[in-house]
Design a protein around this ligand. Sequence first.
Ligand code: SF4
Length: 398
Amino acid sequence: MDTKAFKRSLQKSENYHRKGFGHDAEVAGVLNNEYQSDLIQTIRNNNYVLQKGEVTIRLAEAFGFCWGVERAVAMAYETRQHFPTEKIWITNEIIHNPSVNQHLRYMNVGFIEVIDDKKDFSVVNTGDVVILPAFGASVQEMQLLNDRGCTIVDTTCPWVSKVWNSVEKHKKRDYTSIIHGKYNHEETIATSSFADKYLIVLNMAQAQYVSNYMLNGGDRAEFLSKFHNAYSEGFDPDKDLERIGIANQTTMLKSETEQIGKLFEQTLLKKYGPVEFNNHFMSFNTICDATQERQDAMLNLVEEDLSLMVVIGGFNSSNTTHLQEIAIERGFDSYHIDSVDRIIDANAIEHKPLAQDIQIQENWLPEGAITVGVTSGASTPDKVVADVIKKIFDLKTS
Ligand code: SF4
């Protein structure tokens, strides 16, 4: 499919919207009420520190809602205002935050259900309005909705679109896109839908395996089984790794994306030499600023003398999980929670350790004076962070 031509024609359609509808002022007031917090503003103004009794809170200097998320949520609210009576659907969670998605449900926005691992678009009718979330939608979904005569409101973050453009460039030169991401994450599903040939690598260990295969060959069957579900149909590691372009899920660990890019650059330099190299490798900087700033702020925060850390964000939020990874790597007791309700009391917190199921940790809040490092992912409203901080203050003073 000529995805570029399709997107170009979609963008010209009067049923396609990727800017707001001019209700910014009304929506800004509502969003402020629902998601902002005076307490967080106070802490920001106080150099990201607040002390109360035995508790000192140290906030990361960049955390919470990013520009792309704010924009997507505002567009979703505007869509409801602009189409007050139409049936409105969203192809997935608008962002990975339970409270924001719940607000959309209250506004009577329907979420497309997944049945047997497939989205059930049978509920969507001609004339319905369909919102595409911040991390985008696959080109096949866009085509289906367009063919069905729906109005499409596309809130895809421009940073994600930038990655899609890179993938289009790889395709144009018949390069295979190597995507650093999670093969089942919505953003990576969308990104790979724009590629012709692609391979998704999750981390440095997988990238090293691929690099080794490129240089030394290996067991083809083992390769294909290892990357099951993570490559394009008909992908052949013996033929399709000769010319590659690098792309990424925007919320992966920035340092790892950079290392993976460098690893493949070195691999191809070694394999083809400096003269031929440029005919085998393409890379563009597509790490989003917001992800980078939040990870950098976390790296500063873990230099502080902290008693524990609380990382707040959806459990399926990739960028939040990477913040948690940074805390765990530095050896902190760090609790990833998605809302204040996970804090049961001073003795028990329900949290999600890395790559494990949710579990309850007892005696999580130390006795005496403590310093708690707090951060949140790009899809977490300030209000959720404020609720957590208030609860910690309450538990230590009651
Ligand atoms: S984290 Fe980056 S790519 Fe994702 S929505 Fe925010 S600004 Fe866009």
